[in-house]
Design a protein around this ligand. Sequence first.
Ligand SMILES: Nc1ncnc2c1ncn2[C@@H]1O[C@H](COP(=O)(O)OP(=O)(O)OP(=O)(O)O)[C@@H](O)[C@H]1O
Ligand SMILES: O=P(O)(O)OC[C@H]1O[C@H](OP(=O)(O)OP(=O)(O)O)[C@H](O)[C@@H]1O
Length: 228
Amino acid sequence: MNAPASAPPTHALVLAVPRGALFAETLDLLDRLGYDTRPIRENERRLLFPELGIVTMRPSDVPTYVEHGAADFGITGKDVLIEQSERDVYELLDLGYGRCRMVVAAPAGSDAMGEALRRLGRVRVATKYPRTTRAYFARTGRHVEVVEVKGSVEIAPLCGLVDGIVDLTATGRTLAENGLEIVEEITVSTARLIANPVAHKLKAAAVDEFVARARSVLAGSIARDDRR
Ligand SMILES: Nc1ncnc2c1ncn2[C@@H]1O[C@H](COP(=O)(O)OP(=O)(O)OP(=O)(O)O)[C@@H](O)[C@H]1O
Ligand SMILES: O=P(O)(O)OC[C@H]1O[C@H](OP(=O)(O)OP(=O)(O)O)[C@H](O)[C@@H]1O
């Protein structure tokens, strides 16, 4: 049976696109890969774009949709992939943008964390990244009590809730504005292209073609940056 004329074209691949901090650069990349991103840019409340094979969501939800095959592939931060390390997804490509550091930070000049460790044998840390934080403190041989918060993590030590935080920083402005300083760096994060393992096999040609085009577009950006 033929599809009705009004049905959206079915795309070979469905891509999960992160909103928020990675959104603008992801749309710029998609433009350069030949997507017409105008419908996405024109309506910030619309989330699903079947005519483009694109679904938009929070960065931390991208691995969920890709793991379950609701999207064939997607873009999210390496920090999200580390936090959700149990997800069954393939990491295909480092896209280079969205660069930030995941750090341990504490009130500037205070040694609040060292004092807590000496006095109480444990340090209290607020974060949106509980698993990464526990793993990091276990790896570095310290007892940590993790307080999970949903955002604006920097406020937690200022209110006496915790001794320090684990959070992302890019310019360092948010830490500085809140009287915090970086104590340790856990990792560096950039945006990554991930794929559903089954789609990666069954739609190998389409996935490989997308990855090859993305590589060549990214190589072009690096060459352009080098010329500046
Ligand atoms: N300066 C930055 N601060 C935070 N995240 C950044 C920064 N620069 C790039 N990123 C990337 O953007 C992602 C977070 O985006 P955003 O802050 O918009 O998400 P969010 O609203 O916190 O949603 P979620 O609930 O999914 O974490 C991070 O996972 C990281 O990979
Ligand atoms: O080093 P900077 O350039 O200042 O960026 C870092 C800030 O950006 C992110 O917050 P976001 O805006 O995502 O809000 P959130 O705190 O609610 O996660 C991150 O959690 C820091 O707070």
